[in-house]
Design a protein. Sequence first.
Length: 368
Amino acid sequence: MAFAIPNGSRVNVAKAYQAPITFTAASNATECELTVASASGILAGDVVQVSSGWLKLDNMVLRVKSVTSNKIVLEAFDTTDTTKFPAGTGAGTLRKIDSWITMPQVMTLSTEGGDQQTISVQFLEDDKARTIPTFKNAVVQVYTFAHDPQLAIYKRLIDLDDSSDTTAVWFHNPRGKADRFYSAKVSFQRVPRTEINAVESNEARMNFESDMQIYPIADSSVTPLAFLTDLPATKSVATGTALDLAVVMKGGSAPYTYVWKKGSTAIPGKTASTFNISSVASGDAGVYTCEVTDAAGKTITSAACTVTVNYPIWPGTPGYFMRIARAYQRKSFSCEPGQTVNFRRLFRATGSRLKGKLKCQNLQSSLT
């Protein structure tokens, strides 16, 4: 026998999603397997919100158990019952939850609905009525939290209330050793409840759009949180090209949350396992790290990656080179292969002769 109180729990609402991935088939199995064209970007332990032709799978929020190039297995979701999950009709899409936002300062929570409804029938020959179950009332979880319009969750709840979008909700209960996931439409009372000698509060009602999926929290002491793929010590990119960094986690208690930093400063909006700057500039050079926190609250930091931004020596147009040459004709730059090029000499070169003669590919950002 086991029991626990919810003290210390956290409720989280999906903040951002990755682009939808279409799955063309869903298997009837003890753990449902989805067939996709490419599972790129999906990792074991990720949490996804599913849209499916199967009503019992539609809008479910589930954890990914394993991934291959074109297969995604949903952890502990049994679809063997073909009455509930008719074969060949489960295709749909899934979206990975990229980041979560926590609802802090929760004061009260309660659950409404879920009651079984019935009808009574009595036949002429019977001396008593019979009860037939019909449907269950919709379930609503109600959260009251201390009013603070500066909280990040405040704007998120307003947006969800206005849009009527269905969002993923994650209730993390460390004492109960369980992570609970479901989807809901949010009704948010943005006008605070105000009483004398009482803390002002707001109310968020989570109207269930799916069943709740419960996963046990793994014992993080068995497999400690660690980096399966860490950041490289250095990375060199040319101006105008993309900077891509990524980490892959193992152990601990999934799902994980990510905070990317440049130096000691968190980078706004960068809260996924991957980091991208589509077109780097000289100001993007610096030292990057990623802080990862698991569901049990354990936080570790990646290796520091020193990013160097280089200037392209041959961007494709002689005019571009000539402008650089005029600005720096008395300077020397170090090149990728370790050579040094003097701009006075380069200034005399033109067009295709320059492209053919130079062996180094990029000029580094620091002058020598």
